[in-house]
Design a protein around this ligand. Structure first.
Ligand SMILES: [Zn+2]
Length: 186
């Protein structure tokens, strides 16, 4: 029997992190890890958050349901120049409580991409002329999906708050959420 996995990528810009719910995988843990650990660009524009797989041209706009924002409430330590540090000083940094973040330091935010952009633009200046914030990858995680049915937004017709079922999108391991029974994938 195949197992359903839900991979997430954890991305950050300064004190804002976002867990991105990627396409669901039916297959092995390794296949789910590979999806979560692939290389992509995440950009936050004033009105949307986009996702671009390395080597692909198209930017995919991610819906709010796939984005889970958190804010680190602990003040960020000053950036340091490691080249001026001895080995012992660098090792000591790993135990410096000011530089260790725990889950308690993060607050869940019920944000849309627009909300997150409004927060960041008041504090930081985008480093590109298009005006987006480029997020960096922090980690990934893979959850095993126990519940096959849930309420949410159909990946095909975008109807909201409908019962969803999993469907193959034509590739081997990727599956998407479609509203049962009306939407079908070919
Ligand atoms: Zn649908």
């Amino acid at each position: 029997m195949k197992t359903i996995y839900q991979p997430y990528s954890v991305e950050y810009f300064e004190e804002v992190t976002v867990d991105i719910q990627l396409l669901t995988v039916i297959g092995t843990q390794q296949e789910a890890d590979d999806v979560a650990n692939s290389t992509y660009n995440v950009r936050l524009f004033p009105d949307r958050l986009t996702f671009q797989l390395e080597g692909e041209k198209s930017l995919v706009t991610l819906r709010k349901e796939r984005l889970f924002f958190e804010l680190c409430t602990k003040p960020q330590p000053e950036p340091i120049d490691l080249s001026t540090y001895s080995h012992d000083q660098i090792m000591a940094l790993f135990h410096d409580p000011d530089r260790i973040m725990t889950p308690d330091d993060y607050k869940k935010m019920d944000w849309t991409a627009q909300d997150a952009y409004r927060y960041l633009i008041e504090r930081y200046t985008p480093k590109n002329k298009e005006g987006y914030f480029a997020f960096d990858s922090l980690a990934y995680r893979v959850d095993e999906v126990k519940e096959a049915y849930k309420m949410g937004t159909c990946d095909v017709c975008e109807k909201e708050n409908v019962p969803l079922k999993k469907a193959h999108d034509g590739f081997d391991v990727y599956i998407v959420d479609v509203c049962a029974p009306s939407c079908q994938l070919t």
